[in-house]
Design a protein around this ligand. Structure first.
Ligand code: ATP
Ligand code: MG
Length: 444
């Protein structure tokens, strides 16, 4: 069972087996196909067990009581198993015409035809749970053992049919730590200039999947760069130094929990060092949501505001609360954790590549110190013991002067939290900002 590629490892869930049995009893062929078979042979779990069948979509809909027309025009019917889990059952199909992305499909073909249209040999295996047999005409199991991503058939032709396969190939290689077969790699490189045929959504999805599925995304992005994919799709990242992509490796993979925060941090890590305007326009062009654009830019701004200062202080001493407080204030309590996690990854990656950066220990202390401060100390105008009305009553003229006074009081309180009392602040305000100030301050 420990042998990679042993079919003992392939154990589809009972619900899937029952769907296959039912289709076979009705006189059709039915097989488990695609990523789940591949992952099971590798010894990894996989949630989606796709079924391929000789039954036509309308036959599948007749055989099972509870179905959903997920993509009937492409042959896919969703079938609920006994426990209410939905599985995709897709009619054997062949792509009759393609234009680099969209395919016109034809039914009434064999399992072998269906496997022939799949992208890589490791994705083109079929497993029969009733016969407990692997059907593997393209030797995907051998490629799994040899750790190779290889296109099914003639690589150049397969990549020209669907340019997304170039990015998928890179993703599978990085995810499993496999090599790309030389012919497949050459076809990816010659696909690179044509990748602008892909919609921005598809490209974004590949970036998202890479950040989510790949433990060390730097390998994937080095291949994006080397193949020319970045030059065509994300010019800003084409110009990035390769070292930068190691920051993503130092950040945890976005599984559950904290899926979205982790995904955002890994995304932001790709742009450390770029200008906010460039990042914003790149993310917009890739159709990342407005929310994602904003968080990424905010985190990068926060990092830019504090990183050099922190690095300088941490190289000399353990920072005091008094030193940390202005950093928390400038980043803000909601972003402190994100910015510090990203910065910790930046420094970790630097250390890993032999550079000098604050240690993990010092960084953790700073991170925790900042969290304590964020919860207890005044770091924003709203945390002050006085508000604008109080200042007005105390004699500060209405208008922009109030805002200036509040910000000045905040700076004082950030430096010395013991001053954050109503009486202390009103006294300062009267003295420094009241109407009775020295004339030079009002006229100047
Ligand atoms: P993942 O774990 O990322 O979902 P997967 O192999 O299941 O990996 P899917 O995108 O879910 O990938 O596709 C399921 C199967 O459909 C693949 O294993 C492959 O056989 C086939 N397939 C998907 N996309 C393509 C494509 N662009 N060209 C050819 N075959 C494809
Ligand atoms: Mg899948």
């Amino acid at each position: 069972v420990d042998d990679p590629g042993s079919i003992e490892r392939v154990t589809p869930p009972p619900g899937v087996v029952r769907i296959v049995e039912r289709l076979e009893r009705a006189g059709h062929e039915a097989w488990c196909v695609g990523g789940a078979v591949r992952d099971a042979l590798l010894g990894h779990g996989h949630l989606d067990w796709d079924i391929a069948t000789s039954a036509r979509p309308e036959q599948v809909q007749r055989i099972f009581r509870r179905t959903v027309p997920v993509g009937v025009e492409f042959g896919t019917v969703g079938v609920f198993d006994g426990t209410g889990v939905l599985h995709e059952v897709t009619t054997f199909r062949r792509d009759v015409r393609t234009d680099g992305r969209h395919a016109v499909v034809e039914f009434g073909v064999s399992l072998d035809d269906d496997l022939a249209r799949r992208d890589f040999t490791i994705n083109a295996m079929a497993f029969s749970p009733t016969q407990r047999r692997l059907h593997d005409p393209y030797h995907g199991r051998a490629d799994l053992r040899d750790r190779i991503v290889r296109a099914v058939g003639v690589a150049e032709r397969r990549m020209a049919e669907d340019r997304l396969r170039a990015l998928r190939g890179i993703r599978f290689a990085a995810r499993f730590g496999f090599e790309l077969h030389p012919d497949t790699w050459r076809a990816i490189v010659s696909s690179a200039p044509h990748l602008n045929r892909l919609s921005a959504e598809r490209v974004r999805q590949e970036i998202d999947k890479t950040l989510e599925q790949v433990a060390r995304p730097s390998r994937a992005f080095a291949l994006w760069k080397e193949s020319g994919a970045f030059a065509t799709l994300v010019p800003l990242l084409e110009r990035a130094p390769l070292d930068r992509f190691h920051v993503a490796d130092a950040l945890p993979q976005p599984g559950l929990p904290q899926k979205s925060a982790r995904a955002v941090l890994r995304l932001a890590s790709l742009f450390v060092g770029d200008s906010t305007a460039d990042v914003r326009s790149t993310l917009r062009a890739l159709r990342f949501s407005n929310d994602t654009q904003s968080v990424v830019c905010r985190v990068l701004d926060g990092l830019r505001a504090v990183a050099d200062d922190m690095r300088g202080v941490l190289s000399r001493e353990v920072p005091s609360a008094r030193q940390i407080r202005p950093w928390v204030a400038s980043i803000g309590r909601t972003d402190w954790v994100l910015v510090m996690r990203l910065l910790a990854a930046v420094w970790k990656a630097e250390c890993a590549s032999g550079g000098m950066a604050p240690s993990a220990h010092a960084t953790r202390e700073l991170y925790r110190g900042g969290i304590r401060i964020a919860f207890t100390d005044a770091i924003a105008v709203g945390d002050l013991a006085v508000d604008g009305d109080d200042l007005h009553v105390a004699g500060v003229p209405a208008g922009p002067e109030i805002g200036r006074a509040l910000r000045a009081l905040l700076r004082i309180v950030i430096d010395d939290p013991s001053k954050n009392t109503r009486s202390a602040l009103l006294e300062i305000a009267e003295r420094e900002f009241g109407r009775a100030r020295p004339p030079s301050r009002t006229t100047g």
